[in-house]
Design a protein around this ligand. Structure first.
Ligand SMILES: [Zn+2]
Length: 226
């Protein structure tokens, strides 16, 4: 039985054409309680980030919802060869635990690496895995935060910004904030400075405010000798 806050969405797998149901959190039931400075949002009930990866129970293909169907023909064959051939069909729970969600994101990360997704998209998957570990209170958070940071930075310099990823301002802010979180304060300060001096920042007032706040926090940390 689904809880009131979840509903089942029917999805057709682009790899094996299997039809399956995946849960989503009803928008009307979402109540944000607080947000961390790296944009992780906490909710009163189910956290929708647990449901952003779709997994086909039949063939094992997993991807973030926004790109699940955008897979190229040649990449479908890669998934069939490397994932589906080894996948044990199984029923997947409609209500996901944190551990279920971590497992599905890792599967999406694996599929994404096989088909060579953009660095920024892979970094986003890693950031979400890091968030799930944070919610769980698990030290693995830091390892995935580091992966995320290096992929974001590589993507920032080498990839075109697209609607499947982050815009330049949000990505620059996240890189600064992730540097601050791993204790590289000078790099954090430099990234926040880059973000607030970018003319595009005016289009993102919420991020601009955050960047100025965290820039100040980082400078205070430096002054305190952190
Ligand atoms: Zn499938």
């Amino acid at each position: 039985m689904l809880l009131d806050e979840l509903y089942a969405k029917e999805v057709v797998c682009p790899i094996c054409s299997n039809k399956f149901k995946t849960s989503k959190v009803r928008r009307s039931k979402m109540r944000i309680e607080k947000r961390d400075s790296d944009l992780l949002a906490y909710y009163k009930g189910e956290n929708p980030i647990k449901y952003s990866v779709f997994v086909c129970p039949e063939c094992g293909y997993a991807a973030m919802e926004n790109i699940f169907n955008k897979i190229k023909e040649k990449d479908k064959n890669i998934i069939r060869e490397k994932v589906s051939s080894k996948w044990n069909k199984r029923e997947l729970p409609l209500k996901r635990s944190i551990d279920d969600a971590i497992e599905y994101y890792k599967l999406a990360l694996y599929c994404g690496q096989l088909i060579d997704l953009k660095r920024v998209q892979l970094g986003n998957i890693c950031l979400r895995i890091s968030w799930l570990y944070r919610i769980k209170g698990d030290d693995e958070e830091e390892r995935f935060l580091n992966y995320s940071l290096s992929m974001f930075e590589e993507g920032y310099y080498n990839e075109r910004f697209s609607k499947e990823g982050f815009d330049e301002i949000t990505l620059g802010y996240l890189i600064g904030e992730l540097y601050r979180r791993i204790g590289e304060i000078d790099k954090a300060i430099s990234w926040f400075g880059t973000v607030v001096s970018n003319p595009l920042v005016k289009q993102k007032p919420r991020i601009e405010k955050l960047a100025r706040e965290q820039w100040y926090v980082a400078k205070e940390q430096k002054r305190a000798g952190a």
